[in-house]
Design a protein. Structure first.
Ligand SMILES: NC(=O)c1ccc[n+]([C@@H]2O[C@H](COP(=O)([O-])OP(=O)(O)OC[C@H]3O[C@@H](n4cnc5c(N)ncnc54)[C@H](OP(=O)(O)O)[C@@H]3O)[C@@H](O)[C@H]2O)c1
Length: 296
């Protein structure tokens, strides 16, 4: 059984990836600030700490889900964003290189400016914000240094996150609508919501299929947050009238965002003959998951 280390196992993706991985690999996970007993503490900006964990575990492969994800915060705190998203990734890539571990990481549709109608793995990056720049640097690094790696480039991850982590969009919206709160949702920026279970499973399937390189891994609908919110409200039978569409110009956001960066998943389908589900199906799966866990 292959040995896997998941970095960022308290996050929206990493916590779910660890649950799935425990059925497939000998699995270990790390937290940084959200302490969890079953996980190892690791701050990826500390190179000697990264090296120490790798020396102890000797993983066959690493799923790196760590990041500073708050796009506006990254815009205003560039050194911190660089240290975590770029220098932190370099530390992990260096350790993988040294011990011959395969590196699997997650990039973002924010590496693009949104001016093209469809982006493939060959499209040129042109990020509009600093977060996108850090993800661009991290996604090209393994290929530049010749590390065997898979980079899964995704968009707007949704699902149930870890019990220790922050509340993600779907649970946050459900809670708001259940309380009867009127909720503003952006209607002029488009994303491809991607179910966290689907993304984690796809990353593992790519690894098992001995694939390497960059793959777009996104849900099949590219929609606005407002349409996504309407679909969530419908699936969970909540009051759709509480949703108020707003424009990004109404918000005084520090970082620019692409209006619509739709990613093609043709390369993924050719590699493993599967792709993440669309929103309607994904929300049904999430609803079922929440019922099974007593969260609904
Ligand atoms: N969320 C999205 O919509 C989205 C869209 C496109 C791409 N992505 C990419 O997908 C990946 C996963 O995103 P996510 O939403 O699951 O992230 P998340 O929920 O914000 O979780 C981030 C994880 O990174 C860890 N972390 C942060 N700083 C760290 C540091 N200095 N050292 C070690 N670990 C650190 C956190 O640990 P603690 O919680 O313990 O501090 C947490 O486990 C990221 O690479 C992100 O850029 C996300």
């Amino acid at each position: 059984m292959d040995k896997l280390l998941i970095i960022g196992a308290t996050g929206l993706l990493g916590s779910k990836a660890l649950e799935l991985a425990e059925r497939r690999y000998e699995s270990y996970g790390t937290y940084n600030t959200n302490k969890k007993k079953s996980l190892l503490q690791l701050d990826v900006t500390d190179k000697s700490a990264v090296d120490a964990i790798f020396n102890k575990l000797h993983p066959d492969f690493v799923l790196d889900t760590h990041a500073l994800n708050n796009v506006d915060y990254c815009e205003l705190h560039r050194n911190e964003a660089f240290n975590i998203n770029v220098a932190g990734s370099v530390n992990i890539i260096g350790a993988c290189y040294r011990l011959g571990a395969k590196y699997v990481s997650i990039s973002s549709d924010y590496v693009f400016d949104g001016k093209k109608s469809l982006y493939t793995e060959k499209s040129l990056q042109n990020p509009l914000n600093y977060y996108g720049r850090t993800k661009w640097a991290a996604e090209i690094m393994p290929a530049i240094v010749g590390l065997d790696a898979i980079v899964a480039r995704t968009s707007s991850i949704y699902g149930i996150g870890s019990s220790t982590g922050k509340k993600s969009f779907v649970p946050w919206l459900i809670e708001n609508l259940k309380k009867g709160n009127s909720t503003d949702v952006l209607s002029d920026l488009y994303y491809s919501p991607t179910y966290n279970i689907d993304l984690a499973k796809t990353a593992f399937d790519l690894y098992d299929a001995e694939q390497s390189g960059l793959f777009n891994v996104v849900g099949s609908d590219c929609i606005s947050k407002y349409t996504f919110a309407q679909m969530i409200s419908k699936e969970f039978e909540l009051d759709t009238n509480l949703l108020k569409p707003i424009s990004s110009t109404d918000l005084n956001q520090s970082a620019k965002r692409p209006r619509k960066a739709k990613l093609s998943v043709n390369k993924l389908v050719s590699a493993i003959a599967q792709k993440p589900v669309g929103v309607k199906h994904g929300l049904k799966l999430l609803h079922k998951e929440m019922i099974e866990r007593g969260l609904w």
